[in-house]
Design a protein around this ligand. Structure first.
Ligand SMILES: O=c1[nH]cnc2c1ncn2[C@H]1C[C@H](O)[C@@H](CO)O1
Length: 361
């Protein structure tokens, strides 16, 4: 299908755009379903994988429907929520990621204090607040076991504006406990002017100094990116491929050093970009030495790994080792860690990349 899992950049990496609920192990879904007595249409990893994954380039809408194949298994189950966070850290460490920002909607994993109840679940006692605590616990145990750093971004969902106030409140509550930013995910055709709750949540985030990223310009036009920047005051853009269609906006964002969270494999399978990778907008960003990262987005549904994203751009877009180093430095500079921790991360990367100048005479 795509480039392979071949490791083309075997050095420490930073990943800034990956959905926890799109990065669950299939085996875990099967184990939890069995324990909870939930019937699934398949009982082997191979068969269940075929049901969950997007095989061919599709649409964002079809892609978003894929979550319904398994989210009801994990949502509302304390042990499962903690487990997926822990395993996520293990999987990222194996890919050579030393710092990751993962994102999720606390409401999508809850079965109490959430209206409407997602995934046709019956009401339980796991609130969005419990979800954040459980994810944090799993991440912290994973960090200790696998010696990498993981921080979270909490997602508002475009079609669920009534959840956005809770999301920003959770960002505030857990800001000293691993939550670094707010995001807006989901179907981009729903704009923010029509849903003032998202705008209000982002205003509160600005007021409280919570970092902000927004999914924009993935399948939507450049105007969604403009809205993310002008209205929601996004500091980073999730995807942003269509930005290049508005040259004035693209140039302004380059001048302002805006960070774009790019997801090559994802962009093909969601139909966001032309399936011919040689025509991909990432090539323009690369040639312009833009500030961007390479990310998996939803490796479960794309049946992918971070190595696959790197090998895709290496094989089809002419990315070099030097560019991989440069974009990882850009990613570290644009991450949402506090300044001191960011400096340490940059230092680790520069050391690993042989970029440290020997100042001793
Ligand atoms: O690529 C994406 N674009 C928009 N929304 C997305 C994408 N990947 C995942 N999501 C949604 C579905 C998840 O349930 C939610 C929170 O992680 O974010």
């Amino acid at each position: 299908m795509m480039a392979s899992d071949k490791v083309v950049f075997d050095k420490p990496k930073v990943e800034l755009h990956v959905h926890l609920d799109g990065a669950i192990r299939v085996q875990t879904i099967l184990d939890v379903a069995k324990r909870r007595g939930i019937k699934l249409p398949a009982d082997t990893v191979e068969e269940m994988t075929q049901i969950i994954i997007l095989q061919e380039p599709s649409t964002l809408t079809n892609f978003l429907e894929k979550f319904a194949a398994y989210m009801h298994v994990i949502a509302g189950d304390r042990e499962a929520i903690k487990r997926i966070a822990y395993e996520f850290v293990e999987d990222k460490a194996k890919e050579g990621v030393i710092y990751v920002e993962l994102r999720y909607s606390p409401h999508f994993l809850a079965n109490a204090n959430v209206d409407p109840l997602p995934w046709n679940q019956s009401e339980g006692n796991v609130t969005p607040d419990d979800v954040v605590r459980l994810v944090n616990e799993g991440l912290m145990e994973g960090e200790k076991a696998f010696r990498i750093k993981a921080r979270s971004i909490l997602c508002c969902m475009r079609h669920m504006p009534r959840w956005s106030k809770d999301v920003v409140e959770l960002c505030k509550k857990y800001r000293s406990d691993g939550v670094v930013a707010i995001d807006l995910a989901g179907d981009e055709s729903l704009n923010c002017e029509a849903n003032p709750e998202h705008k209000k949540a982002y205003e509160e985030a600005i007021r409280c100094g919570i970092h902000r990223t927004v999914h924009a310009g993935e399948v939507g036009p450049a105007s969604v990116v403009r809205e993310a920047v002008d209205v929601l005051k996004a500091e980073r853009i999730g995807h942003g491929y269509s930005t290049v269609e508005d040259q004035a906006l693209y140039r302004t964002l380059l001048d302002n050093n805006m960070h774009f969270e790019m997801c090559p494999v994802s962009s093909k399978l969601t139909g966001a970009c032309d399936p011919d990778f040689t025509k991909h907008p990432i090539i323009t960003f690369m040639k312009d030495k833009a500030n961007y990262s390479l990310n998996t987005d939803d490796p479960l549904i794309f049946n992918s790994t971070l190595h696959m994203d790197y090998s895709t751009v290496h094989k089809h877009m002419g990315f070099t080792e030097e560019e991989f180093k440069r974009l990882n430095i850009c990613s570290a500079q644009s991450c949402f860690l506090p300044e001191e921790e960011k400096k340490e991360l940059l230092q680790s990367l520069r050391e690993a990349y042989g970029m440290i100048q020997d100042t001793a005479f």
